[in-house]
Ligand binder design. Structure first.
Ligand code: FPP
Length: 599
């Protein structure tokens, strides 16, 4: 069953109005950030406004009210306590808190992490400034790392396999520092009005500038050099972060990253050009420059989200119009949901065909072919095809659970796939890792088994495969065998070597090697035989896939590329299988399909 938050939570109109208020606050006070949020998929934008408005409100409570520092600190503490109470009750009489409460519940955001970021803002209360760059960095990270990570969680929830722990990616903390320093430079006029200088004392001393020089707006050569140096640092950090991060991010987030670096870079240029004015009035990037950056990004982002995300994510930016699953569990970056969630219904409400259990194939194997061609035909890089392919796999797995399939084996990376470009290979592994760690796949009653060799695989991929195998070992619904770094002949050769070793050790008699004995030396001897092998994208080959287990498989080929497949494709394949005559060498088909029980 699905519901909208609005039906059981606060009224849709109140929630929509709260988000709208957050939006106008962000648009009014942080137009650059607002423009960047507009690059996100429509259904995600309201949560961006809510998170940013909460953060900006907390910051402003400390910076801009007329009260004494102590009163301002108390105000923020009260606001933070009220937010916690609202999050517990699920509603609020304050629009920013109501929107944030809704966003946290709707998307399963990490509350502890968000509150931690607010607490870090609170710690600025009563502080005079920071002494060293190290201290400055710690402050930048504590206040700012959580927000983009929550955004990634939301994208993961939307159906996009992304790394949700950005802080583990090289370059990400540099990115945060670049943003924070740019923000500090553009907020200089307000901060100086309030008598605050947040730049590290060590850099002021290096340029022989005192906080009093800045507060008095003395545009000395030393101050000019300091501001030029800081703007150069911020730009260098942003550029370095872009270089490090770009290739690890999917195309949609990468467009947002590029545009952020370009827009913030334009702000830094404007600050340097403004000279002494940058200390006393907000500096704006000329409109035509903004448009030159934003216009193409908007068009590209809209196309990319449409191609790479499920349609409902791209459709609405009215939060209460988006359906979310009933009993959404807290979305933690933990390996798997316990207990597992029931299968997610298809968005069109389609149900599986009714097929008697005895007629169902026991084991279906899929060659998920055509990711690269699908992406290329749409003008996207090949890795976007793999990302869309992972989303297709999610849906097929839902369909397998719904129809009651016991074993599904998918070809995710063959030993031949190492011939692809290192960039494509690295991205494919990153997609698999993200999906297995943070995606939907293992939230359901799915037991993961990895079939393949660790030789040459990155350690973090091996680790996540092993860890998730272990975490799902007690699941009883569907066994999902994921073939990663798998080659059929290599598997047979390994079994042959193992038999030869056993023979040399005198453990077996070579004259008595039976099929059953041979099978027991295969790396995955407990895997049942494949009944049905399905390959998408029009190729009519089996490509070294499960030569032992698929010896009697029914073959089924379809033309559509894998990213265009959903669970209905699996059901059609299974229906086609039920009409095949499985004689297995006999002259008439058995009345009921033979069962291949696990060895
Ligand atoms: C073949 O298409 C597909 C692959 C080599 C990769 C398939 C992997 C996924 C769908 C992700 C799986 C995710 C998990 C979590 C198991 P191709 O690139 O060979 O397409 P082409 O023939 O058009 O080039």
């Amino acid at each position: 069953m699905r519901r909208t938050t609005a039906r059981s939570g606060p009224k849709a109109s109140a929630v929509d109005a709260a988000y709208e208020e957050c939006r106008s606050l962000v648009r009014r006070t942080r137009p650059t950030e607002h423009a960047l949020m507009d690059l996100m998929p429509p259904s995600v934008r309201p949560a961006c406004w809510a998170m940013y408005a909460a953060f900006a409100h907390a910051d402003d409570l400390l910076d801009f009210s007329d009260e004494t520092p102590q009163e301002r600190g108390n105000q923020l503490r009260e606001w933070r306590a009220a937010l916690e109470a609202d999050l517990a009750s699920g509603t609020s009489d304050d629009p920013i808190r109501l929107a944030l409460t809704d966003a946290v519940r709707r998307w399963g955001l990490d509350l502890g992490d968000l509150l931690g970021a607010l607490d870090a803002v609170q710690q600025d209360d009563g502080r005079e400034g920071v002494a060293t760059w190290q201290e400055w960095r710690e402050r930048a990270h504590a206040q700012n790392v959580s927000w983009p990570e929550q955004l990634m969680r939301i994208l993961a929830r939307c159906g996009m396999p992304v790394p949700v722990r950005l802080r583990d990616l090289p370059g990400f903390t540099r990115f945060v520092e670049g943003l924070f320093l740019t923000d500090m430079l553009r907020d200089l006029p307000e901060d100086l009005d309030g008598g605050h200088v947040w730049l590290p004392t060590e850099v002021l001393e290096r340029f022989d500038v005192t906080p009093a020089d800045l507060i008095a707006r003395r545009w000395t050569p030393a101050v000019r050099e300091l501001i030029t140096h800081l703007a150069g640092e911020a730009r260098a950090w942003l550029d370095a972060a872009r270089r490090a991060l770009r290739s690890t991010l999917p195309l949609g987030p990468a467009i947002v990253l590029d545009t952020t670096v370009d827009l913030f870079g334009a702000e830094l240029d404007a600050i340097v050009r403004a000279g002494g004015d940058a200390l006393s009035r907000p500096v704006r990037v000329p409109r035509h420059k903004q448009w030159r950056i934003l216009g193409p990004s908007r068009a590209r982002a809209a196309v990319v989200w449409r191609l790479t995300l499920p349609p409902e994510t791209v459709a609405a930016d009215k939060p209460s119009a988006v359906d979310i699953p009933e009993d959404t569990p807290e979305w933690q970056p933990v390996p798997v949901a316990d207990p597992p969630l029931p299968p997610r219904p298809h968005r069109d409400g389609v149900r599986p065909p009714e097929i008697a259990a005895a007629l169902l194939p026991h084991h279906v194997a899929i060659v998920m072919d055509g990711n690269g061609r699908w992406a290329t035909a749409l003008g996207l890089p090949r890795d976007e095809g793999h990302r869309a392919g992972a989303v297709a796999l999610r849906d097929v797995v839902q369909g397998a659970l719904e129809i009651g399939l016991q074993h599904l084996t998918v070809y995710a990376f063959s030993t031949e796939n190492w011939k692809r470009s290192p960039d494509e290979v690295a991205k494919l592994f990153a997609i698999m890792r993200a999906e297995l760690l943070d995606g939907e796949l293992l939230q359901h009653d799915v037991r993961l088994r990895w079939v393949g060799s660790p030789d040459g695989l990155p350690e973090d991929v091996v680790e996540v495969l092993r860890r998730q195998e272990h975490a799902t070992r007690h699941r009883t619904g569907l066994t999902l065998n994921v073939c990663v770094n798998y080659g059929g002949r290599a598997e047979l050769a390994r079994a042959g070597a193992s038999l030869a070793r056993a023979s040399l050790a005198g453990e077996i008699d070579p004259g008595r090697v039976s099929e059953q004995l041979f099978a027991s030396h295969l790396p995955h001897h407990a895997m049942p035989d494949v009944d049905l092998m399905w390959r998408t994208s029009g190729e009519l080959r089996v490509s070294n896939f499960l030569p032992w287990h698929a010896h009697y498989a029914e073959l089924y080929f379809t033309d559509e590329p894998w990213p265009e497949v959903d669970r209905r494709g699996l059901w059609e394949a299974i229906e086609a299988y039920t009409h095949r005559k499985r004689r297995k060498g006999a002259s008439t088909a058995p009345v009921v399909q033979a069962r291949h029980d696990e060895l």
